[in-house]
Design a protein around this ligand. Structure first.
Ligand code: SAH
Ligand code: MG
Length: 211
C-alpha cells in the first residue's frame, strides 16, 4: 500500500463539505477548468477571514465561486466580498453557487478585466481588509500593487499558485508568468511595505500583511 502524501493525509482529516463538493461538480458539468483552490487552502481562507475579522474582502479571479464561498463563510454579519472576474458566464455560475450556499447576499461580482475593475474601485474610494489574488498569473505584481493601494493598514494579502507547479524553482523556466510570479514572491516576502511568507504545500500560497 502506498503512503498518502502530506496533502492527502491532511485532507483526510478535514470534514466532508457537501457544499464545496457540489460546486466542483457544477464546475465539471459546465466544462469549466478544474482549478479551484485546494481544499486545505480553502479552509485556510475561511480561517484567515475569521481570524482577521475582515469586513471587506476582495477576490481577483472568481471561476465557479469555490474560493468565494470559502471567503464569504468567514465574514461576519456586516462583512462583504467583492469578486472580480473576466468572464460573465463564470461570474454567473459563481453567483449561482454562492446563492446555493446561502451566501448570495454577501457577494458582489464585477465582470471585466480586473485591472479596470480595480481602478473603478479606487475611484469609488473602496478599501479592503483582505485580498485573495488568483487570476492571470502574469499580472500578479500589478494586482499586488493594487492590493497595497486599496488595503487598510494591517490588511492581509493572499496569492494562490505561487509555485506554478514547480516552474518557479526551474532555472530553465523563464516565461512571462514565471518571471512575474518570481517577482511577486520576492515582493510578498521582502517588500518593506509588507511582512510575508509562502506556504509550499499544494501549488504554493503566499500570505502577507500590510505594515
Ligand atoms: N479563485 C477561484 C479560481 C480562479 S481561476 C477558486 O479558487 O475557486 C482564475 C480565474 O481568473 C478564472 O475564472 C479567469 O476567468 C479569471 N481571470 C483570468 N484573467 C483575468 C483578468 N484579466 N481579469 C479578471 N479575471 C481574470
Ligand atoms: Mg488558484
Amino acid at each position: 500500500m502506498t503512503q498518502p502524501s502530506a496533502e492527502e493525509y491532511v485532507e483526510s482529516l478535514l470534514e466532508r463539505d457537501a457544499q464545496l463538493e457540489k460546486v466542483k461538480e457544477v464546475i465539471r458539468a459546465k466544462g469549466m477548468p478544474d482549478i479551484s483552490v485546494a481544499a486545505g487552502y480553502g479552509k485556510l481562507l475561511t480561517l484567515l477571514t475569521k481570524m482577521t475579522g475582515a469586513k471587506r474582502v476582495l477576490e481577483i479571479g472568481a471561476l465557479g465561486g469555490y474560493s468565494g464561498i470559502c471567503l464569504a463563510r468567514g465574514l461576519g454579519e456586516e462583512g462583504m466580498l467583492v469578486s472580480l472576474e473576466l468572464k460573465q458566464d463564470y461570474a454567473d455560475v459563481a453567483l449561482d453557487n454562492l446563492r446555493e450556499a446561502g451566501l448570495g447576499e454577501k457577494v458582489e461580482y464585477r465582470v471585466g478585466e480586473a485591472l479596470d475593475s480595480l481602478k473603478q474601485l479606487e475611484n469609488e474610494g473602496c478599501k479592503f481588509d483582505l485580498f485573495f489574488i488568483d487570476a492571470d498569473k502574469g499580472n500578479y505584481p500589478n494586482y499586488l500593487e493594487w492590493a497595497i493601494r486599496l488595503g487598510n493598514p494591517g490588511a492581509v494579502i493572499v496569492g494562490d499558485n505561487t509555485l506554478l507547479h514547480g516552474d518557479i524553482m526551474d532555472p530553465g523556466a523563464q516565461g512571462n508568468r514565471v518571471v512575474k510570479m518570481r517577482l511577486f514572491n520576492e515582493l510578498m516576502t521582502s517588500d518593506p511595505r509588507l511582512e510575508g511568507v509562502i506556504l509550499p504545500a499544494y501549488d504554493g500560497l503566499a500570505i502577507a500583511r500590510i505594515r
